[in-house]
Design a protein around this ligand. Structure first.
Ligand SMILES: [Fe+2]
Ligand SMILES: [Fe+2]
Length: 296
């Protein structure tokens, strides 16, 4: 059996209670989809230092708020390449600081990591780092310098090489933003909720890599990504789970992930259990472990 905890976009909401809970839990692996804070380095570093104290294997993929500045985010939103180039200066240093603060956590971005054993062995492939959705090559100057990736095609190729190198036949993809192909409505799992025309806000490069993995005969168990927060701009709730062609798609980005429920405060995350090749996904709440819906 392989038991995985999935922590969605943290955006400041991770504390000592989470740390104690996960360290005392039976989880074998913790996956974090990124966005530790809201671009400001200091709060992100303090969340990272807490995550560094996790006593379980943990894997982190940086989001669009990790290691970047407000100027960079503005350049991406406005699609101003000149500002994106200018503001990209220093991203390596900012990312390194975050990387150091995360201590023993595995840092994702075009990487493959194998966990578990026997029929519950799985390789987790991490997608394009700092993805911001909409099939845009976000933070392009940094991706070019750091990874030699200049286009979505090259990004997909990097992920496909990770698929080729995967030690296990069973794969999980971990990304900051999900793939295309799961709907173009605001309330779809990675649908756009901030444009009147809505649209599919997934990433094409991740879709290409998932389809490639299946064509290679790999068993893609799950695709895990956040970024498109569960509550949409007009207050509707998008699903945390979707299934297509036998693949489970999970979006753990309930923001804030710590909130009041009745008289108590709960901390949200998702669980994913692989037991003799059967996958079970569930929403979880700390304390009390109230499990609302689950899919097998
Ligand atoms: Fe986020
Ligand atoms: Fe994000």
């Amino acid at each position: 059996m392989l038991q995985i905890a999935i922590i969605g976009d943290i955006h400041h909401h991770f504390n000592q209670a989470d740390l104690t809970y996960f360290n005392q839990s039976a989880y074998d692996l913790i996956l974090c989809v990124g966005d530790l804070a809201n671009w400001r380095p200091r709060p992100a570093l303090s969340v990272a230092r807490l995550l560094a104290q996790l006593e379980k294997p943990a894997l982190f993929i940086p989001g669009n708020h990790d290691g970047v500045t407000a100027w960079q985010l503005l350049a991406e939103v406005k699609e101003w390449p000149w500002l994106a180039r200018l503001a990209s200066w220093g991203q390596e240093r900012r990312v390194r600081a975050l990387h150091d603060a995360l201590g023993p956590l595995f840092w994702g971005g075009y990487t493959a990591h194998t966990f578990g054993a026997g029929e519950d062995e799985v390789t987790v492939i991490t997608a394009r780092p700092h993805a911001m959705g909409g099939s845009a090559l976000s933070f392009a100057p940094y991706l070019a310098r750091q990874y030699g990736v200049h286009s979505l095609t090259q990004s997909a190729e990097r992920m496909m090489r990770c698929v080729d190198a995967a030690a296990s036949q069973q794969l999980i993809f971990l990304a900051h933003n999900g793939p295309t192909g799961l709907g173009d409505q605001a309330t779809d799992i990675w649908g756009c909720d901030f444009r009147p025309a809505q649209g599919d806000f997934g990433d094409k490069d991740l879709r290409i890599a998932i389809d490639y993995a299946r064509q290679q005969g790999k068993r893609v168990l799950a695709v895990i990504a956040g970024h498109m927060h569960q509550q949409t701009k007009n207050g509707q709730i998008r699903p945390w789970y979707s299934q297509q062609d036998g693949i489970s798609y999970l979006n753990p980005a309930r923001v804030p992930r710590i909130f009041r429920q009745g008289k108590s405060q709960v901390h949200y995350y998702l669980s994913l259990t692989l037991n003799q090749q059967t996958l079970t996904a569930a929403e979880q709440y700390i304390p009390g472990m109230i499990s609302r819906h689950h899919y097998t």
